[in-house]
Write a new protein. Structure first.
Length: 429
């Protein structure tokens, strides 16, 4: 990758790291803008050389020959050299270098201070030609051509040629050493810019990947929230509405009214849950109440909707600091959602006559003990296909997110036992 690639190929990405700041510094002046200064410098050197030759007493014929050579050099640079400097096109660069060496030699052969052109010529060889060995060959060619041009000023005799050769040899050696240093520095700069550009691109790809993962995770979280709240509430509404319709068909007005009251309360709770989801608040049952109180309301509502009695045992956890069972709101939410899902499975699959919800602590109170939730029923148990259903899968994800464990197994006396163990320092759900 060339400096031009590194400069023009950089893309924007959120800043925030030292590498980003360094990349911004390295590529803030792209290669195309740097080449503009090479353009200006070359034109200035040619103009200064032309002025020096005019003031140096070069006669008219030689002066105009030198001017013609320099004009051809400028034209070749405009046609080939400038574009080669920007695109690193070696064919254009080679064509321009041939004109550059010939034009420089012709101008120097006319005498005066035309040797000033060597400052630009040697530099452009190393700027344009790749790999460095081509620049070395071109530097030697330029040096040899310049030696003969200097000798031509004095009639091209052997003594003059031998006198100019050592001086030009030193110039060639200096040019090659300086050019190699310049090429090495440029390659390192190119590599550094390339690596920083790749780092920026990798950071952008990583940020995009994290964003996609975050979107997926949020969708899954919302799906679990809807499943654990709204979907269960709507299931209850449908069930109670059917029960009310059946009661009306039997002429049981009082029974139908009771079912409709449950439908109304369930719908209100669902509406509150929906508003809480939209506002990204904590679940409604835990707003302004403890986990024990929320579980009590959940048990009462389940009993009212299904007629199945629920025994709630929360002894020893009602006095938790801050009103929660675990001391962490997210872990309390996990326990509440687990209880909701367990009761939903009892409603759909168990055919149970009684349900027990037990919330206990593990260990001593003074050691911030962990919390265990058990939901057991005396029904037929979950069908095998339901073990990996959406509800239990979501429950496992929730429990795992706070560092807890979930066990679903047959009860000691039949039915199903769901056990959730959550550490008191549970993380975010």
């Amino acid at each position: 990758m060339t400096t031009a690639d590194a400069g023009s190929g950089s893309s924007s990405a959120p800043a925030g790291t030292g590498a980003d700041d360094e990349l911004t510094r390295v590529t803030s002046d792209p290669w195309e803008r740097q080449v503009v200064w090479w353009d200006v410098g070359f034109v200035l050197i040619v103009l200064l050389t032309a002025t020096a030759m005019a003031l140096g007493g070069v006669d008219g014929g030689r002066l105009w020959t030198a001017y013609a050579a320099m004009a051809v050099m400028l034209l070749a640079y405009a046609v080939w050299g400038a574009r080669a400097a920007r695109t690193r096109d070696q064919r254009r660069a080679a064509a321009y270098v041939v004109v550059l060496i010939a034009g420089t030699a012709v101008a120097i052969a006319q005498g005066g201070l035309a040797t000033f052109l060597l400052f630009a010529s040697f530099t452009q060889l190393w700027m344009l030609l790749e790999p460095p060995r081509r620049a070395v060959v071109a530097s030697v060619a330029l040096g040899v051509a310049t030696t003969f041009a200097i000798a031509a000023q004095q009639g091209f005799d052997l003594p003059t040629l031998l006198e100019a050769a050592p001086q030009m040899g030193v110039a060639i050696a200096f040019s090659v050493l300086l050019g190699l240093w310049f090429a090495t520095t440029m390659r390192r700069s190119d590599e550094r810019a390339r690596l920083l550009h790749e780092l920026r691109r990798a950071q952008a790809e990583l940020a995009e990947s994290h964003h996609a993962a975050g979107v997926t995770s949020e969708r899954e979280r919302i799906a679990r929230e809807i499943h654990d709240t709204l979907a269960q509430g709507f299931t209850s509404v449908v069930t109670q509405a059917q029960a009310a319709t059946a009661a009306l068909d039997r002429g049981e007005q009082g029974r139908a009214r009771e079912r409709l009251l449950v439908v109304e309360q369930t719908a209100r709770d669902n509406l509150a849950e929906a508003r809480a989801l939209v506002a990204a608040f904590a679940p409604v049952p835990l707003q302004g109440s403890t986990l024990a109180e929320a579980l009590r309301r959940l048990a009462e509502r389940f009993t009212a909707e299904t007629g199945t009695p629920v025994m709630l045992d929360v002894a020893g956890v009602t006095g938790a600091v801050g009103g929660g069972a675990t001391g962490h709101a997210a872990a309390d939410v996990v326990l509440l959602r687990a209880a909701q899902e367990a009761l939903a499975n009892v409603r759909r699959h168990a055919g149970a006559h009684a349900v027990t919800i037990r919330l206990t602590r593990d260990g001593d109170d003074g050691d911030a003990p962990d919390v265990r939730l058990e939901v057991t029923d005396d029904g037929r148990g979950l069908p095998p296909g339901q073990v990996d259903g959406l509800g239990l899968a979501g429950m496992r994800e929730r429990v795992s997110a706070v560092g807890g464990t979930l066990a679903v197994e047959p009860g000691a006396e039949g039915g199903t036992r769901v056990e959730v163990h959550v550490p008191s320092s549970g993380g975010a759900a």
